[in-house]
Design a protein around this ligand. Sequence first.
Ligand SMILES: Cc1cc2nc3c(=O)[nH]c(=O)nc-3n(C[C@H](O)[C@H](O)[C@H](O)COP(=O)(O)O)c2cc1C
Length: 145
Amino acid sequence: MKTLVVYDSLYGNTAQVAKAIGSAVAGESQVLRVAQANPSELGSFDLVVVGAPTQGGRATEAMQAFLARVPALEGARVAVFDTRLRAKWVKVFGYAAGKIAERMEALGATLVTEPEGFIVEGKKGPLAGGELERAGAWAKDLRPD
Ligand SMILES: Cc1cc2nc3c(=O)[nH]c(=O)nc-3n(C[C@H](O)[C@H](O)[C@H](O)COP(=O)(O)O)c2cc1C
């Protein structure tokens, strides 16, 4: 199984989660920051994992711009995640993972699992205790079918 993990990260927390996912996922994996990824290549992987920090209830501008350039993904298998604050008041805005999932499904991709969020303790982090381990456990179970 060949997996591509594409992520964006402002303060480095989502990058850490993306790398933990890349290390834990079964088979071969490539972990790329969104600026390095080619939107046309997503369809050539068995599984694509997309993750971004939640900013204003959605993914970063760079991730949104990237996803806008991804061509149809009929038959592709994807999983999505974000990083987010624990605070209850931010819930009303929604989270990046849900919005990324909507975009991927609109492109014809199938989600292999529910969108997942990993918690940061503050805007700049750090990740809450155990979140990298939880990301690894989440990734271990990801399969394209
Ligand atoms: C401009 C801005 C807006 C944010 N908006 C939200 C939000 O709506 N909901 C939320 O849970 N976290 C929000 N956050 C916190 C981010 O989720 C947090 O900075 C991010 O998870 C850190 O990941 P990174 O280190 O990869 O950038 C916001 C952060 C910034 C800088």
